[in-house]
Ligand binder design. Structure first.
Ligand SMILES: [Zn+2]
Ligand SMILES: [Zn+2]
Length: 137
């Protein structure tokens, strides 16, 4: 590794907390010119923290839900989704930590292909022929 300013090879790395993302990122410090900086390695840590560790604020989540309400249903195979608990019907949402509960027609009790996540409001449409041997309405 070379110093970004003087190109000296005497660069040390210290892991310091990034105040915005609340994660430790590698900070380079040059022993020759005393320049200190962060590079792509720190950027990678920040990106990861942003995508996987930081919870959205209430406003961000509300905006996300609002966008999801406008989206056309995503075609999914019920058989491919992770089951929730031991339920034969309830699935984990593929887009968030919410649930797809699966609904039935109020009069015939037949399964409905359209569903909506309880948390992120994303619509899905099941493409399976049947679920647990039950055909769709
Ligand atoms: Zn330097
Ligand atoms: Zn969801």
């Amino acid at each position: 590794m070379q110093c970004a300013q003087c190109e000296s090879a005497a660069v040390e790395t210290e892991w310091l907390e990034d105040p915005t993302f609340k994660v430790k990122v590698p900070v380079r410090r040059c022993r020759d010119c005393a320049f200190s900086y962060t590079d792509q390695a720190a950027e990678a840590v920040r990106t990861k923290a942003q995508g996987k560790c930081r919870m959205p604020t209430d406003d961000e989540f509300a905006a996300y839900v609002h966008e999801n309400l406008e989206l056309p249903p995503e075609k999914v195979r019920h058989a491919d989704l992770a089951r929730f608990s031991d339920s034969l019907y309830k699935s984990e949402c593929p887009f968030c930590l919410g649930l797809l509960l699966m609904h039935r027609d109020r009069t015939t009790f037949a399964l409905l292909r359209k569903d909506r996540c309880t948390l992120c409001a994303r619509a899905v449409e099941y493409t399976d022929d049947s679920v647990n041997g039950e055909p769709f309405a």
